[in-house]
Design a protein around this ligand. Structure first.
Ligand SMILES: NC(=O)c1ccc[n+]([C@@H]2O[C@H](COP(=O)([O-])OP(=O)(O)OC[C@H]3O[C@@H](n4cnc5c(N)ncnc54)[C@H](OP(=O)(O)O)[C@@H]3O)[C@@H](O)[C@H]2O)c1
Length: 269
């Protein structure tokens, strides 16, 4: 069977996408080549069952149609030249590397069509959201195929410019950490008002998990769900008066997202 799909860097994210492709039946294991000196568990499992393990980019076969680039961005400088020379003409290069622009990818492999994507960590359980950018004149079937492959780990959304990937990074890329921190802060507030640390942790964690599941199960907006649990003059209202006040959470979140955006732009330079 021809090797058509190549994964370069099969660690956390590359492995998650590989597992998604195989799980959704998008690609046959025997059509997959994995280029990674020390592949992660998902890739080892696939290699033991028929995927091809490559030891360096000179072994990339001419039959490759899609190459997923999922190494750390700092490794890219070392391999960009050999990689660019090894990828076959007409292949699609999909990169999920933070900070490596669409034009960097196009310069690395001008013979390929490039797609720059930014997933987030819930991709590892198939619940991620990935935003991507491609040139406006990218072929429709390249886009459809890239969306299907990226969609194996959750939802997919297209943005129009490379700079908007920095904004995506600030919202959904880094966003899971904001939610985890919210959970920590809620637990810490619980301990501060008299609960044991263990009980406060359990209450906070299950509240975040349960509220997220409720949001997922509902077709109502987050605002409508919030209003549904807020009686005028009640306890939730008292807390929301603080959170929604001047210099409250909306302003804080805007500042946090702007800091992430600025940092993402800095790292992309
Ligand atoms: N994790 C996230 O939340 C997230 C979100 C969005 C985007 N990303 C992007 O996803 C990419 C991968 O992140 P990750 O968390 O999956 O990293 P990771 O777990 O470290 O995976 C990278 C893999 O690439 C391998 N590798 C290193 N040098 C290589 C080379 N020259 N050729 C082939 N493979 C090589 C690594 O092997 P060794 O372990 O031996 O070095 C490792 O198995 C990064 O560019 C990151 O910016 C990550």
């Amino acid at each position: 069977m021809a090797l058509t799909h190549l994964i370069i860097g099969a660690g956390n994210m590359g492995g998650a996408l590989l597992a998604g492709w195989l799980g959704d039946g998008l690609v046959n294991r025997r059509n997959i080549a994995i280029l990674d000196p020390r592949p992660g568990a998902d890739a080892v499992y696939a290699i033991e069952r028929g995927a091809k393990h490559l030891s360096d980019s000179s072994q990339i076969p001419k039959s490759i149609k899609v190459a997923l680039l999922a190494i750390k961005p700092q490794m890219f400088a070392d391999m960009r030249e050999t990689l660019g020379e090894s990828l076959p003409k007409g292949a699609t290069l999909i990169s999920i590397m933070a900070g490596i622009s669409l034009s960097d990818l196009q310069a690395c492999a001008p013979q390929c069509e490039a797609v720059r994507a930014m997933p987030n960590t819930p991709a590892s359980i198939g619940r991620g959201i990935t935003a991507y950018v491609a040139d406006a004149d990218t072929q429709a079937d390249t886009i459809a195929n890239a969306e299907a492959l990226l969609g194996a780990c959750g939802e997919v959304v297209r943005v129009d410019t490379d700079d908007l990937i920095n904004a995506v990074t600030a919202i959904s890329g880094s966003g899971p950490a904001y939610l985890f921190y919210l959970c920590e802060a809620l637990a810490s507030a619980g301990a501060a008002i008299g609960l044991s640390a263990e009980t406060a942790d359990r209450l906070a964690r299950q509240t975040v998990v349960g509220a997220s599941a409720l949001l997922d199960a509902s077709d109502r907006t987050p605002g409508a769900l919030r209003e549904a649990v807020t009686s005028p003059g009640g306890t939730t209202q008292a807390a929301l008066d603080v959170l929604m006040g001047e210099d409250g959470m909306a302003q804080l979140m805007r500042r946090a997202a702007k800091a992430a955006l600025d940092r993402s732009r800095e790292l992309s330079r």
